[in-house]
Ligand binder design. Sequence first.
Ligand SMILES: [Zn+2]
Length: 76
Amino acid sequence: MVKDIVCNMEINENQAAARSEYKGLTYYFCAEACKERFDAEPETYLKKLGWWKRFLLRLGDASRETYGNEPPKCCK
Ligand SMILES: [Zn+2]
């Protein structure tokens, strides 16, 4: 299950009506209308993701500090 971050509905990614890629991540939407709203102002919706997502983004920063600019070897 993933969350449509525009309307906060939980959806099955296999049954998502629309999807959008933004900054290397794929977001799923219950309807084309939600995708269009996200595409119009993605940053607005990403800001609403809440503390846990910001925590994950900080983890990403921490691993970049650990590995420098080199990606972990397993990800080549
Ligand atoms: Zn939706």
